[in-house]
Design a protein around this ligand. Structure first.
Ligand SMILES: [Zn+2]
Length: 256
């Protein structure tokens, strides 16, 4: 099967199963009773069979530096990139999401920005891949129970609330955001989004990453000397403004 048929299946699954999957996720982690017994299921199609662990950030992205840690911006718990996983069934993991990743890896290894550029199809595949990462992070956020805040002491009352909930203190904001992330995956037309991806090359040897759910992501992948910055939802008039706004964010993160 080629990449287009995989992408079609991903969109179909997001449209067909999305509502059920989202409702179960919200009920399990946000709105349902804390004492409720949670039945593990695929975070994408909802099946309870053949569950596997899917890495939120693909392993190969940080492979060159597995000691890097990922600090959640809400409760500041150190979370190894490697540990951050969500449940996916074998089919969604290896047949669907993994085929996109293999395609992206191929694109990154072939394209040398000094000599060649990404084709329009490559460009779209990268956008779709970044959208899937955002969705996975949001699911992971929702599923991660708020255990301990580094700057304060352990608050037993809050221990069962998810990180996503703590971020906004509003169930509706969280559910709307996660639904939007899934809707982006279900949407074929990306014509308005293509100017919101910035690419580049890097000489850095360690993996860098930052992300704000539903807003933007920055990935620096030393293995392929490539950088990506993508705005998930903001709409800017032209690429110049997109670059300028992305640079502002990158600079503010690195000056901290
Ligand atoms: Zn599945």
């Amino acid at each position: 099967m080629n990449i287009e048929s995989k992408l079609l299946e991903i969109r179909k699954t997001a449209r067909g199963q999305g509502k059920y999957v989202m409702n179960k996720l919200f009920d399990d982690y946000l709105t349902g009773l804390i004492t409720k017994k949670k039945i593990p299921s695929c975070s994408f199609c909802g099946t309870e069979k053949n569950l596997t662990k899917e890495h939120v950030i693909p392993k190969w992205v940080f492979e060159s530096n597995p000691k890097k840690f990922f600090v959640s911006d809400v409760n500041k718990l150190d979370q190894s990139y490697i540990k951050a996983t969500i449940p996916l069934c074998a089919k969604c993991n290896s047949e669907l999401f993994n085929s996109i990743e293999r395609k992206v890896q191929k694109i990154l290894s072939v394209v040398d920005l000094k000599k060649s550029y990404y084709s329009p199809d490559d460009w779209l595949t990268i956008i779709r891949w970044l959208e899937i990462i955002d969705f996975k992070i949001q699911v992971w956020d929702l599923r991660s129970e708020f255990k301990k805040h580094k700057d304060s002491h352990y608050i037993p009352m809050l221990a069962d609330l998810s990180i996503a909930y703590m971020r906004d203190f509003s169930v509706r904001t969280v559910t709307t955001q996660t639904r939007k992330a899934l809707k982006r995956i279900a949407t074929k037309d990306k014509s308005k989004r293509i100017s919101h991806l910035i690419v580049g090359t890097t000489k850095n040897t360690s993996f860098h990453y930052f992300h704000t759910s539903g807003d933007f992501i920055f990935l620096e992948i030393p293995q392929y000397n490539k950088i990506f910055f993508y705005f998930y939802e903001r709409e800017y008039k032209n690429e110049k403004i997109v670059s300028r706004e992305a640079m502002k964010i990158i600079e503010s993160v690195y000056s901290d």
